[in-house]
Structure formats: structure tokens, C-alpha cells
Design a protein around this ligand. Sequence first.
Ligand code: ADP
Ligand code: MG
Length: 251
Amino acid sequence: MALLEMKNIRKSFGDLEVIKDISLRVDEGEVLSIIGPSGSGKSTMLRCAAMLETIDSGEIWYMGERAAWADGHGGLHYPKKAELKKVRSCFGLVFQNFNLFPHFSVIKNITDAPIHNQKRDRDEVYAEAKELLAKMGLSDKADAYPCQLSGGQCQRVAIARALALNPKILYFDEPTSALDPELTGEVLKVIKSLADLHIAMVIVTHEMNFAREISDHVMFMDKGIVEVEGSAESVFNTDNARMQAFLGKLR
Ligand code: ADP
Ligand code: MG
């Protein structure tokens, strides 16, 4: 069963069609990377998956159930209340800019939603949060505040916070692009360790070596369409001209 399936998604902002009939599927334990030039629609695709944007047409399925759909003629179904809560519990989000609560300590940033939104047992949540911090190499930072941490440490807290909600799948939107180059490695290493634990992920990234190493499947998007997709090896060795031009510019 697919954890996430997006079928024939279209999305416009005004007259600009930014997603032009894209489908994707992520199974349990699978890592999908989305790469491509700035403005190609990668974040929009992720935001549609996370129900932060509505689609104009297509279907979004979570765990074998159709969660949202649009027929392209104004017919639109999006989950509400309890249903939306259930859908949201399937995924965790990690953005470029961490979005930690500045006035909460690290441990409170991680435990707040499991305790207050998921109504889970406080001691159990704290114990799990401490384990997560250890996994992130941040055991000594539980009582620190975000302003006392480096960008790489903040991003690792953000990853721990997402994991504390026990999602089925994690979405990363350029998780290292706000970091100084010397801090990128520590965050990529943590994400790699999650892949090794077979946590399903969709990762939008400009880190090509990382994408190549970590991904079961790679999608190269350009101008709202999927130009090339397949195994990391096949995509990075493609003779597709747009992909070649894209890689050439990064070098
Ligand atoms: P990427 O993440 O690949 O850089 P985005 O998905 O952010 O691309 O953006 C794709 C296109 O959609 C861009 O032209 C961008 O300007 C436009 N866009 C994104 N979000 C909005 C929005 N909320 N309103 C209008 N245009 C948007
Ligand atoms: Mg983006």
C-alpha cells in the first residue's frame, strides 16, 4: 500500500500553471527526492501533499484512502476537522527555516504538540523526546533555547519535533539551504540515519550528492512538469538536455 499517492495533480496561481499533471507515489520505507531549478514547482507540490495548498485537479491519497480531490471544474473535496486531523497525523514537515518556537526550550518545542494536540502521556512523551534528542546528537541541549543554538542544531531540533508526532512520512523542503555550508553535513547525516531506519521521506533538495546517495526514486522537475524520473542512478546518468543543463549550472 502506498503511504502517499498524488494522482494527476494540477495547480495554478492566477494564470500561471505551476503543476502540470504530476503524479507520484511513496511506499513504506521509501525515499523520494525532488530536484529541479528554482521556480519549477517543487515546494508547491510538497505544500499540496501537506494540504497547505488546495489542488485544482487530481487526487491525494494517504494510506490507501482518498483524502482530497478536485475535478478541474470547481468540484473540490478537502477533509475537515477530525478527518483533516487524521490526514495531518500521517506526515511531518521540516522546512528551510526551522520555525521553532523561540520562547520554548528545545524539549518543550519537541513535546508540546504530542502532549497538547495528541493528548499523549507527558512522561512517555518526555522520555521519547530525550531519546530523539540523543539520536540527533543533542542530548545536552534539552533546556537550551533556539537562540542559543546553531542553525544546524535548530534544524536537528525541528527534525526531532516532526518525529515526535510519529508520522508515517516526513516532508523536507530544502532542509539545509538556510545553513552555512559547514553545518549542512550534520543535518544531512541525521536525515541519512532516518533513511537507514526506513522512515519514508519526500525531500526537496539542491544537494545532488546527497539525493543521489539517499534516494530510492528521484524526480527532476522543470517548469511544472516531471522531465525525468526513476532510480537515482538512471536520473543522474540521463542524457535529458534539461537535466544536464541543470547539473551543469550547479557545478
Ligand atoms: P520551487 O520550490 O521549485 O522553487 P515553487 O513551488 O515555490 O517552486 O514555485 C513555483 C512557481 O509558483 C513560481 O513561479 C512561484 O513564483 C509561484 N508561486 C508559488 N507560490 C505562490 C503563491 N502563493 N502565489 C503566487 N505564485 C506562487
Ligand atoms: Mg521551493
